[in-house]
Design a binder for this molecule. Structure first.
Ligand code: DC
Length: 217
């Protein structure tokens, strides 16, 4: 059975940064499930589907064929054959993904793809429901979190470093709104699995978090 590590936690906790570094260190593939939800959200945005119409979202998502390839160790998401990695990391796509991922048809659409990747590869997979729903048998589950102030500050610094406009209070409010949506949806809400280990990264450096989880492995 391949080694499966599940990393769950709220937006901005550092899941992808940490998971990528651990993947490199331990020779695992890194499966970013948020990117899959973002690709579906991108399709829905491009189709101008009404986000409040659950049936329309469900039928649009079935037209979105998502495939994952690993090119030079990097996960590349294809949406109906197009490499969409460059379009996935915007606030608009992230906020839309938080909404559309509450739709049961969207979750079902991506679940098999996620499980297939984990069955065929030693992997570290991050998301919101990996330890609770996608990979309940994962050998290690980590719930990675940090206070909303710290998460907003990290995002703020990232935008400033890129020379983009950033409003700390707005970023924090968006993060708290996404936390609420991700934790309160009916299907597969964000929560710590009973057998997951909690790592609060608020006062930890990236290296400390990586070392902590590598020691758990
Ligand atoms: O991790 P991220 O910011 O790229 O995720 C974008 C949105 O996708 C997030 O707000 C909720 C959703 N998501 C989910 O519902 N389940 C997952 N396993 C991963 C992401």
């Amino acid at each position: 059975m391949p080694l499966n590590i599940a990393i769950d936690g709220p937006a901005g906790a550092g899941k992808s940064t940490i998971a990528k570094l651990i993947a490199k260190k331990k020779n695992l593939i890194y499966v970013d499930t948020g990117a899959m939800y973002r690709a579906v959200a991108l399709y829905i945005l491009r189709q101008k589907t009404d986000l409040d119409d659950a049936d329309a979202v469900a039928s649009a998502c079935r037209e979105a064929d998502i495939t994952i390839r690993y090119e030079e160790g990097v996960q590349v998401v294809y949406l109906n054959g197009e490499n969409v990695n460059a379009f996935l990391r915007t606030e608009e796509v992230g906020n839309t993904a938080s909404k559309t991922s509450a739709n049961p048809a969207v979750r079902e659409h991506l679940l098999n793809l996620q499980r297939k990747l984990a069955k065929e590869n030693d992997c570290i997979m991050d998301g919101r429901d990996i330890g609770t729903v996608v990979l309940p048998e994962a050998q290690l589950k980590v719930f990675l979190t940090a206070s909303s102030d710290v998460r907003a500050k990290r995002r703020f610094d990232e935008l400033v470093a890129k020379g983009e406009a950033a409003d700390f209070e707005k970023i924090k409010a968006d993060i708290e709104k996404r936390d609420y949506q991700d934790m309160h949806r009916e299907i597969a809400p964000l929560k710590q699995a009973e057998d997951a280990r909690l790592v609060d990264t608020s006062d930890m450096s990236i290296e400390e978090v990586v070392d902590t989880i590598c020691n758990m492995i």
